[in-house]
Design a protein around this ligand. Sequence first.
Ligand code: BV8
Length: 248
Amino acid sequence: MPLIDTPVISEELRERFAQANNVLVLTGAGVSAESGVPTFRGGGNTTVWKGMPFDVISSAGMLARDLPAVWEWFNYRRGLLAALKPNPAHDAIAHWQTQFKNLTLVTQNIDGLHQAAGSRNVIELHGSIWRARCFECSSRHDARELKFDTGVPVCFDCGGNLRPDVVLFGEMLPAGAFEAAAMKAQTCDLCFVIGTSAVVYPAASIPEIARSAGAYLVEVNPELTPLSELCDEVLMGKAGDVLPLLDQ
Ligand code: BV8
């Protein structure tokens, strides 16, 4: 990653940041990178698990073919996450919810670090690694309390098999989550896109909705993305360095 000096925040953005009422923030794996969470597509190569690209092991097809393998993959990641803490980017965003009349935080991350930093009402578009869901009765359970003696944990309520409560590739997003985010995107004045490669849909369409509804669109990322050309301002830097600058 090239040495990145901290970008300059324009007067226009400072003005809009001071005046904004309705702000939408969309985050991806990059906002958790400084906490030690591996990103999926950092540095040009895609995460691979046991020879499978992550969007193969994290797919509806794999869930149908080999549920124990899918649990192994998420148990490994939950193990990685257990000791990790929010970073200054998470803290800045949590602080923003007291700064703006309406702040909507939408994340693609399943790591729960926004909530650990104090963010409330987080729209988790892709679910959470800390929850499991029953195939039969759809009840949700705390993944930290699950027993894996047979490789697949069972539902305490109905005995059905449990699956990670995350959205896999080829699966629909949680009912209402995308709609709620899209509605806020249509009415926000300012939209921040932080730490995402903006290639996974329908999440990546949210900033597009905000921009076409007239919001001022700001990207925070050390690298350019397919979204950069659509943005009013691109702050090329690490979220943990850039976001605190906005409060200064
Ligand atoms: C669906 C949970 C409907 C599991 C995830 C339209 C066009 C093309 C394809 C599709 C389309 N519509 C649907 C598709 C298919 C697919 C898709 O988008 N494929 C992509 C690969 C092309 N979408 C789906 O399958 C979605 N479902 O469409 O359902 C449907 C259903 C049935 C039948 C018909 C239709 C579901 C997608 C959700 C999948 N689940 N996560 C898990 O975690 O394992 S997606 C997962 O990958 C993440 O949640 C996230 O969304 C994505 C990874 O992206 P990022 O978070 O952005 O991370 P990445 O590593 O890529 O980038 C990190 C960025 O941070 C980089 O830019 C880097 O420069 C930057 N960075 C690094 N350090 C820092 C930093 N930035 C700031 N600070 C730093 N310090």
